[in-house]
Design a protein around this ligand. Structure first.
Ligand code: DGJ
Length: 730
């Protein structure tokens, strides 16, 4: 068991391969947090806590005359609003008399074999062979009748600890959750950096690193989705932490809706980290006997910098979060017609494209937006999920058959959560869209959002989609979502329950995806939200890959994929080679560089193959062969960020190293050229120090490559790229 209880000391210790996490129930029954960090012998870490009489720090009545006992200064495991801890809290509940103060005290605990699951929400799961245990600590507040169940999933070999909370109402009246975060972590001391991932449409997940300073610092989303603008992933790190050195703590929120990621540095230089559903516009009623599960947070501690943390996430997300056939099965190299045709295509045009694609070695042809209802632009048609046979010039089954005859799989695009005002669905059911009565709704890309908190709405869309999917052979589905949510109002919920809609929406989305995945277990579903607007660990539970960004420019992608790689493995990153000049930036990059960059993802093409030259076709055939050749190394190898594209301006370099260090592929892109430039060296990682590696007939000592480095080649053309495959000499 990776959960140990020292009953005498009321001490709970959780440990994974490298980390240890500890809590202690004190004399008053308060659950204190005592330690999270490197794994050591088990000792009682509460010796670190200082007990001092602090001015203006309130003392609970039960502490008697002990003025050194204050919830404001002690490290809390799950902080509550209103009873003397004035720092940012994890839980705030309004109960029968309208008060909000809670005093949670220990009741009991349970230690269970295996990893807990959460009904209706994504969660990291244990696979056969994994060592996983669950600790549940039950706390209660006597006055309100609130019971809180703190869940800890201890995944020993994965080096991951997960947290989630179940809140139960055992009172005779309703209670109202106003803030129900998934985790709180108090660090007694330390000067930390707060690393978050910000961005925008077409430039997601840029790394922001700042010293934590006194006060509260936060990022989050109130857009209804996790968003392009901030990712539900954050890192708390030593100020000196680098890729390979220093302590850091990762926190990944397995949720695709509004979120808050917060850090507070308090008066005594203690740091509190919080993560959970954003409290804005959130209020959830629990009737007597009802309960509420918060989404899960997956935490990873690394004592050796960001790389070790990222690799733990990569492994866990690839193997213990993604599900379904394509978790393991090789993903097909695809061609998507979006940037090749946009809305302007016919079935015949697609078949011609597919013919060329098949000839190049592409394995899956994807028909993107524009095949349904009245959809020749983004102004109409969403919600009418019936095939526009007039536009295609054939049925979907016929089109799919023709593509299959070419030896390819076939896939299509949907945007199930949205509706165009110019659609039959909207004309029939205007109340199915989020609209606040009496107001004109916000439009986003001309479209409105369907109320996916409603079962009837979801069932209708599901039935429409099944009708399409059951009548043609479809092996891939792209699930898109092209706006932020606003006008959150559900016509079927009473006024005092409107605060539940955003969360119920996400639960509805998950229920839909779960049902879809079960009905079509062989179908590969790719998530998308205008690119990476919903690139989060929650979605990965349902869609093992997500279109990373609408920005397909290879040079911009270096930055986007760099930020993405801190939490998410290559196997989840949708990435395509597109045409040049690039449609987003106008930049021209070599075709091979576009492929090198797209290979750090699921790999595919998004262009009109009819426009390729003979020389380009030769190159593409070679690229596909190369990708297939390195597939296992790229998808399952350890990913190393060897440079930082935001800082190192001349080369961006990354590496995939075999788990056992027997080979490594190093990809290099020249991002700037200067005349007479000084030589630049990059150190590889993950090799065997004392073994030799072969590269193009030369021998290199592993230790030399790692500690002295490898001289970067000189670029002779702008944005040139290279792939160096080092193979251990036998
Ligand atoms: C946004 C997606 O990110 C694109 O790839 C494409 O599918 C368009 N939507 C289609 O409308």
């Amino acid at each position: 068991m990776a959960v140990l209880l020292d009953e005498k000391k009321s001490l709970f210790t959780l440990y994974t391969r490298n980390s240890m996490y500890q809590m202690k129930v004190d004399n008053l029954g308060v659950l204190l947090h005592t330690y999270y960090g490197k794994r050591t012998e088990i000792i009682d870490y509460s010796y670190l806590i200082s007990w001092k009489d602090r001015g203006f720090a309130g003392n609970p009545y039960q502490a008697g005359n002990d003025r050194t006992y204050s919830l404001e200064t002690l490290p809390q495991e799950y902080s509550c609003f209103g009873s003397g801890d004035y720092r940012a809290s994890a839980l705030k509940i309004r109960y029968h008399m309208g008060a909000r103060a809670l005093e949670l005290r220990y009741v009991r605990h349970e230690i269970l074999e295996g990893k807990y699951g959460i009904p209706g929400l994504p969660a990291v799961y244990a696979q056969e062979g994994d060592r996983a245990d669950t600790l549940v600590i039950v706390l209660k507040d006597d006055v309100s009748g609130v019971f809180v169940y703190l869940y800890y999933g201890v995944m020993e070999n994965l080096d991951v600890i997960t947290r989630a909370v179940r809140i139960e109402n055992r009172a005779e009246n309703s209670i109202f959750l106003e803030r129900a975060l998934s985790m709180c972590l108090d660090q007694l001391y330390g000067s930390y950096d707060f690393l978050t991932f910000y961005g925008k449409h077409e430039m997601e997940r840029k790394l922001s690193r700042a010293h934590i300073h006194h006060g509260v610092q936060s990022v989050g989303s109130v857009r209804g989705t996790s968003s392009h603008h901030y990712n539900p992933f954050m890192i708390l790190a030593d100020r000196s932490a680098t890729e390979t050195q220093g302590n850091c703590y990762g926190f990944s929120f397995l949720y695709s809706g509004n979120f808050l990621a917060e850090a507070e540095y308090d008066q005594f230089n203690q740091t509190r980290v919080l993560m959970g559903i954003h409290p804005d516009n959130f209020e959830f009623e629990l009737k007597p006997g009802e309960d509420f599960w918060t989404p899960e947070v997956a935490m990873v501690y690394s004592d050796a910098g960001f790389e070790k943390m990222s690799q733990a996430y990569h492994h866990a997300f690839r193997n213990n979060l993604c599900r379904g056939k394509y978790k393991k099965a090789r993903r097909p190299v695809l061609m998507n017609n979006w940037e090749g045709t946009y809305f302007t295509f016919t079935g015949e045009k697609l078949v011609q494209m597919a013919k060329e694609a098949a000839d190049l070695g592409v394995e899956l042809f994807v028909m993107d937006d524009g095949w349904f209802g009245k959809r020749d632009s983004d102004e109409s048609g969403l919600g009418d999920w019936y095939v526009n046979e007039k536009k295609l010039g054939c049925t979907l089954a016929e089109l799919s058959d023709r593509i299959h005859e070419l030896g390819m799989k076939f896939g299509i695009w949907f945007e199930p959560e949205c509706v165009s005002e110019d659609s039959d669905l909207y004309r029939e059911h205007p109340d199915w869209a989020f609209i606040i009565p009496g107001r004109k709704p916000m439009r986003g890309r001309y479209q409105l959002v369907l109320d996916f908190s409603r079962q009837d709405v979801r069932d209708h869309i599901f039935a429409q989609m099944c009708e399409v999917l059951d009548n043609a052979k479809v092996e891939y589905l792209k699930w898109d979502f092209n706006r932020s949510i606003s006008d959150v109002y559900s016509a079927v919920l009473p006024a005092d329950r409107q605060g539940e809609v955003s969360h119920r929406y996400v639960l509805g989305l998950y229920e839909f995806l779960e049902k879809l995945g079960r009905r079509y277990p062989d179908m590969l579903i790719e998530g998308c939200s205008g690119g990476g607007g919903r690139f989060d660990a929650g979605m990965l539970y349902y869609t093992p890959q997500i279109w990373c960004s609408d920005d397909t420019d290879a040079i911009e992608r270096l930055k986007i994929q760099y930020g993405t790689s801190f939490a998410y493995p290559v196997s989840t990153v949708g990435s395509h080679v597109s045409a040049c000049p690039n449609h987003q930036t106008g930049r021209v990059t070599p075709l091979d560089t576009r492929a090198t960059v797209a290979m750090a993802g699921t790999f595919g093409y998004e262009l009109d193959p009819m426009k390729l030259t003979a020389e380009e076709k030769v190159q593409i055939r070679q690229q596909i062969a190369t990708f297939k050749n390195y597939y296992d190394l790229i998808q399952d190898g350890k990913y190393h960020r060897l440079t930082n594209p935001f800082v190192d301006e001349v080369y961006t370099v990354w590496e995939y190293a075999a788990e056992d260090g027997s080979e490594a592929l190093m990809s290099v892109v020249a991002t700037k050229i200067y005349a007479n430039e000084a030589s630049i060296y990059v150190k590889l990682r993950g090799l065997k120090e004392d073994r030799y590696y072969l590269l193009n007939g030369e021998r290199y000592l592993g230790g030399a490559l790692m500690y002295a480095g490898f001289r970067m080649p000189e670029a002779t053309e702008e944005y040139q790229s290279w792939n160096f495959h080092f193979v251990e000499e036998k």
